[in-house]
Design a protein around this ligand. Structure first.
Ligand code: CMP
Length: 139
């Protein structure tokens, strides 16, 4: 059975371009419920820990430097089948290939600076949610 939560981030470029508001609007439109949310900044060490699964990939340095380059918004969203629903909702990883109307198409800049993150499995949603939020920060 699929889970009902996913961990999302609004990435530094989208925050810098003042897209937090529009993206929050899309989240509401998509029927996702906010269970936890914070405006924060990842250190390079935190970014490396969060994306440890990609540590062997050639873009790991670029990815972690970018993700620690400025404030982000992290949130746990709830919806039936949340991981897949969110991934469909935001569009392909590369904004250039994302479907019209998706968050990455509307607000993404490039493959690395693709506006938002979404967990890729229920297991990682749990791990990533715990990375940002304690039990008392979820409502
Ligand atoms: P995200 O959903 O945050 O998960 C991993 C991220 O790595 C992904 O979004 C992209 O932003 C980034 N990424 C994937 N492939 C590349 C690449 N070839 N070059 C730079 N960044 C990439």
């Amino acid at each position: 059975m699929s889970g009902n939560k996913t961990l999302i981030m609004i990435k530094p470029t989208a925050v810098r371009k003042a897209y937090i508001g529009p993206i929050m609007g899309k989240i509401a439109e998509g029927g996702f419920k906010i269970k936890a949310m914070k405006y924060t900044c990842l250190s390079i060490e935190q970014a490396k820990a969060f994306y440890a699964v990609h540590s062997e990939r050639p873009f790991f340095g670029e990815l972690t430097e970018f993700m620690s380059s400025g404030p982000i918004v992290a949130a746990i969203l709830e919806k039936d089948n949340a991981v897949e629903e969110w991934r469909n909702f935001i569009g392909a990883t590369n904004p250039a290939e994302a479907a019209e109307g998706t968050i990455r198409k509307l607000y993404g800049t490039s493959l690395g600076e693709n506006a938002v993150h979404g967990s890729d499995s229920d297991e990682n949603a749990e791990i990533e949610g715990n990375f940002f939020f304690s039990a008392t920060e979820r409502y």
